[in-house]
Design a protein around this ligand. Structure first.
Ligand code: ADP
Ligand code: MG
Length: 316
């Protein structure tokens, strides 16, 4: 199978293209942007055995790559428009490609986000997804406007994906139901689009948690020129994580990456509105601390300063 046959067979016609737009098959994609909107773009590379285990099912690898990239759009308050894919493969294995393409199609459909172009090369397995999104002009959420007194919130539960990743090591075991939940949280992060859109008029800053809460809230603080206090007791953890990790669940919730929940800051007078939003979305939204003057993110447990062991993942 040649390069072009491969592209045609596995990467053409994935996801719902807008009428009149041009996708895979030309030198470039041609995409219309509705009046009053800005284009938001973000790119993520996933390397085999750095970001995901190379022997994971190809379908899972594809879906996770797209979902992780889409999460950045959700964190900006944008909606998904389309994506491109730069794929480096060690070999053109039809069984692997079929599964990869099937997984990608499933989520391209689910998130109404067509594949509009890409590049295909041979080498060690690497997947780069560039997502394109739309946000009403001037409405994107940034990291830079958190203010002292703002409440710090997170969506969902934290630490599950890090526990799921650790379960890929056969030495670690959990109850079978818990194990499925934690592994699903690692492989299939849920980009929080509805939440991001609803937060855009309310939140002062927002980020998605890819490298761990401490690291990512740290980005908000640096960009905004503020510090933060986190109440470790308030961190939302799932029953599955609690059973699997016991006391360690706090560390996982603070420093474990890959959850792709949103961490955001809102003025204190938004608390009632957020309770209503949580109800409406059927998604847990938990106040976990406060923005304050300074530059440190400090954690407190039972009134005393709590020093986590690990501060989150960095590549260098
Ligand atoms: P060019 O040589 O003009 O850069 P390519 O030969 O790399 O184009 O790709 C041909 C067409 O296939 C282009 O439309 C490109 O966007 C698309 N394409 C290539 N690889 C992929 C991929 N992995 N997924 C989606 N589209 C792809
Ligand atoms: Mg060309």
């Amino acid at each position: 199978m040649g390069e072009f046959e491969l592209i045609r067979q596995y990467f053409q016609g994935l996801g719902p293209m807008a009428a009149g737009d041009v996708g895979v098959g030309d030198d470039g994609a041609v995409l219309s942007i509705p009046a009053g909107f800005s284009l938001v773009t973000s790119i993520d590379t996933q390397l085999a055995d750095v970001h995901f285990p190379a022997d994971a099912p190809a379908e899972f690898i594809a879906r996770r790559a797209l979902r992780c990239a889409l999460s950045d759009l959700a964190a900006m308050g944008a909606s998904a428009h389309s994506f491109t894919l730069a794929l480096t493969l060690p070999a053109a294995d039809p069984v692997w490609l079929q599964a990869f393409s099937r997984g990608l199609r499933e989520d391209a459909d689910a998130f109404h986000c067509p594949l509009v172009g890409g590049d295909t090369t041979r080498g060690p397995l690497s997947i780069t997804v560039q997502v394109l999104g739309l946000v009403a002009q001037g409405k994107a959420m940034l990291r830079s406007a958190a203010r002292p007194g703002d409440r710090v919130y997170v969506s969902g539960t934290l630490g599950d994906a890090a526990a799921g990743l650790s379960l890929l090591d056969p030495n670690n075991k959990a109850d079978i139901e818990d194990s499925k939940h934690l592994l699903d949280r690692y492989f299939f992060p849920q980009p929080r689009f509805a939440l991001g859109r609803a937060l855009s008029p309310r939140a002062s800053a927002c980020i998605d948690i890819s490298d761990g809460l401490l690291a990512d809230l740290g980005h908000i603080c640096r960009c905004s020129g503020v510090g933060a206090r986190i109440d470790v007791d308030a961190l939302p953890v799932s029953g599955q994580l609690l059973r699997f990790a016991g006391e360690q669940c706090r560390e996982l919730a603070l420093s474990g990456g890959d959850d792709y929940e949103l961490c955001f800051t809102v003025p204190a007078d938004q608390e009632t509105a957020l309770a209503a939003l949580s109800e409406e979305l059927g998604l847990k939204l938990t106040a976990i601390g406060e923005i304050r003057d300074g530059e440190l993110v400090e954690c407190y447990l039972g009134g005393a300063l709590f020093k986590p062991v690990d501060a989150g993942y960095t590549h260098f």
